[in-house]
Ligand binder design. Structure first.
Ligand SMILES: [Zn+2]
Length: 270
């Protein structure tokens, strides 16, 4: 499942191709993407494309004859991909779910497992997630401490809560805690001030570095051009069960917390 850095990569790479283009038509090929009524997008221009939480947000202009702007939030889930094409080759994709015909090319949504979703909003402000963006300047160490409060949830599970911080999943929650040298079993509310400081710094460093490397690729994730991310070479604990911790030499372990995999080093995460 793509997390914040992977979705950020998709949005950043797609934006230069589609922003400023007018939509000629939209064909929704998968009825599951019609769970919500599909508004009329033909004649509107794509004004912005960016990541919000774990979703790619597309902002459309008001229709040419007047009216309100529109926003679409695309959740890629497991295997959703947004593809840009100009030569007709990708339209033959077996798992094509939606097609935007744009002025000068096509924006395609392909999704093998069909868990991806489309949600339409009257404005981008309506599409904002409940949780905070971990890379926002508003998320200070103090604010992080306030969000955690006296939560008794273990810190790994807490980091996955999208109503608190958006965009984190198993990979980056595990990596962030290892870098901060904090055990995933610690009750979130038990973290001391210096530990919160380390958690805050580690969250930013880890996500920024992952974005610089276009995210982590195991099998399904590819960006708009089918290019794979390269952050997997920097992973310190994720998917390294039984391997040696580069910081302390102990053996990395995989445990299951709330039905989700956590990778950690029992030697240096306390
Ligand atoms: Zn270690």
């Amino acid at each position: 499942m793509p997390e914040l850095p992977e979705v950020e990569t998709v949005a950043r790479q797609l934006a230069p191709f589609v922003v400023g283009r007018e939509v000629r038509s939209l064909s929704i090929l998968d009825p599951r993407l019609r769970a919500e009524r599909t508004p009329r997008v033909a004649g509107r221009t794509i004004e912005q494309v960016y990541r919000s939480g774990k979703r790619v947000l597309l902002e459309f202009s008001a229709p040419p004859r007047g009216g309100r702007p529109l926003a679409l939030a695309v959740h890629l889930r497991m295997t959703g991909r947004l593809l840009w094409e100009t030569d007709g080759t990708k339209s033959a994709h077996d798992h094509l779910r939606a097609r935007f015909r744009l002025d000068g090319g096509e924006l395609l949504f392909a999704d093998t497992r069909r868990f991806g979703t489309f949600h339409w909003y009257a404005s981008a402000a309506d599409a904002l997630p409940d949780g905070m963006e971990p890379l926002s300047p508003k998320l200070t160490t103090l604010k992080l401490g306030q969000l955690i409060g006296d939560s008794r949830q273990n810190i790994k599970t807490w980091l996955l809560r999208q109503d608190r911080l958006v965009g984190l999943g198993n990979i980056y929650a595990s990596e962030i805690l290892h870098r901060a040298a904090i055990s995933p079993f610690r009750p979130a509310g038990s973290l001391a001030k210096d530990e919160l400081k380390r958690l805050h710094a580690s969250t930013r460093h880890t996500l920024r570095r992952a974005i610089e490397n276009c995210g982590t690729t195991f099998s399904d994730f590819q960006d708009a051009q089918g290019v794979e991310g390269s952050y997997q070479q920097f992973l310190a604990v994720y998917d390294r069960d039984g391997e040696t911790c580069r910081r302390c030499g102990d053996s990395i372990r995989r445990v299951v917390q709330q039905q989700r995999s956590t990778y950690h080093c029992p030697g240096c995460q306390v």
